[in-house]
Design a binder for this molecule. Sequence first.
Ligand SMILES: Cc1cc2nc3c(=O)[nH]c(=O)nc-3n(C[C@H](O)[C@H](O)[C@H](O)COP(=O)(O)OP(=O)(O)OC[C@H]3O[C@@H](n4cnc5c(N)ncnc54)[C@H](O)[C@@H]3O)c2cc1C
Length: 601
Amino acid sequence: MRLSKTVATSLVVAGSSLATNAASSSFDYVVVGGGTAGLVVASRLTEDPSISVLVLEAGHSDSIDFNVTVPGLDLTVTGGSIVDWNYTTAPQQFLLNRTIAYPRGFVLGGSSSTNFMAYTRGAAAGYDAWAKLGNPGWDWKGVFPYFKKSTHFTPPFKNQSEVVFDITAYENPTGGPLELSYGGYIEPISIYFSQGLANTSGPNLQEGEINDGFPIGQAYLPLTVDPTHMTRSSSSASFLAVAAQRKNLQVITSALATRLLFAPTTPANPTPVVTGVEYSDVNGKLQQATATREVVLSAGTFGSPQLLMVSGIGPKKDLTAQNIPIRVQNEAVGQNMWDHLFFGPIYEVTDNITTFNQFNANQTLFLKYLMQWRNNQGELSGAISSMSAYERIPSDVLANIPGGDQLEALDPTWPHIQLEVIAGGGPPTPQPGNFVAPAAVLLYPFSKGFVSLTSNSTKDKVIVQPNWLSSETDRQAAIWAFKQVREVMLSETLAPIVIREAFPGLQAQSDADILTAIQTVAHPIYQASGTCAMRQLSDEGVVDPTLKVYGVKNLRVVDASIMPIIPSANTMAPTYMIAEKGADLIKADQQNNSTSTTTSS
Ligand SMILES: Cc1cc2nc3c(=O)[nH]c(=O)nc-3n(C[C@H](O)[C@H](O)[C@H](O)COP(=O)(O)OP(=O)(O)OC[C@H]3O[C@@H](n4cnc5c(N)ncnc54)[C@H](O)[C@@H]3O)c2cc1C
């Protein structure tokens, strides 16, 4: 259901003025990517009026599609939309050779403008593991304040009395610009599923706060929804909105970064020094922007490694295959892609269970919901999924899974599986009926993938190869998790609303049948990370603990690609945290440089 569309133009936000091009070509910092992380970095750096920042965003202004604003229309702004890059994966050998759509936001706010808005942080132990890889300051104690820094939390409304939360997980004395609330609507299927998870002996998961570093259990999720008007709070609607009037910030849309610019190297100074960015403007004309201090790559898990590689920083094989001269050989660039896989059976439910299928098929109903949304309530004021549960696979099950000992070895507070339910969907072969899609997610997959170049130009998309379910451990864990979902959906608690299992159907009982069902429907929930991992150089690292790219000067990566281990959560909240901490690391270097300049002068 689409509300409005306008045509693409190049938007330049420079203080309060709009222009067709950058007012200047030299800045202290050039940020590539006006997405989730990029706009946080730009907003924080320009708090100092003496610092100038240019943001280059390849996609559109977020005002191009009104659906971005309406939480309940989140599915309409993902794959196939004007505000999406519309990536497709390489054929997935372990998913019946399917190629699968992989959305990424092509718009100000990036994927925070097109995602499903669930705000989750994951287990504290996961961040402690980041620190143990040689990243001091990235343990839970070090990152928790940065999670809180970006957000302003609104507790559940009176009519959301079923929501359990702990205010200490969110308390922030200054309050960040990113709005967190529980939206204006919790789907009935989420309430049933939540009760089923609590009552069913398998999962037996009770409600509690999941954003305090100890997620095992279940909760209704805070969403990045501004409760004032029930609108999406993306990094554009929050961080850019705060900074847009600053004279020291310029943001250009329809500006595709094409390569990094470097100072000439000499035998005396052999380390490449980044001096700026070349980009293609809205007319396709190449422009150059100079960064007198640093370039910050925030182009995301696919875009950041691509820009490194086309600029000569990456694996020898990939670069030579595209005739790109090698500046810094680093075999890890684009590798180590970690992602969560999402799969489950499909159920037909009674008509009193509201789903997006219902309003997609009924214009009158859609208009009714739209009017309700304008009054801050109703289906469109929430996301497609309102709750999540987190659990461990039991030790006796892991003992019989090849590689299960590695899952067992994770800290006992680190969940292996996430369970949730989408209010809508349908079987792979379309059938009439009202459907819901309960699902499991593998939170610590052993299958890893990569992105690689198809040409020497950022105008061509990278190959996205997630390699999902290539690990036998993952396949066995997935089969166990599928059975958990089924147990909940077929429990007494859900009996009043479940009509039948529409896919795969109850005849599918053997592990082989269940694996085939998983391979038929599994798809990502778009949490790709790790392609520019923050690790030691000798341990497949691309950036150091201050997010500086190894082997070059004046270049950092600040986005989801730096995650060295995928969090046991969705990746938006961790990306905001990375951006807040990244901005502080950049500011700390300004401080150190000015101190050393003062000292030496
Ligand atoms: C459909 C969908 C649903 C999701 N749902 C959730 C959810 O409910 N909860 C959750 O926690 N996470 C969710 N995620 C994941 C989460 O949104 C991302 O992990 C996070 O937003 C990534 O932030 P980022 O800054 O790394 O990248 P992005 O936000 O994608 O930003 C990258 C930006 O760089 C721009 N760019 C790329 N290349 C170039 C270039 N060469 N030149 C200029 N600009 C460039 C892009 O256009 C984009 O704006 C979802 C993601 C998607 C796509």
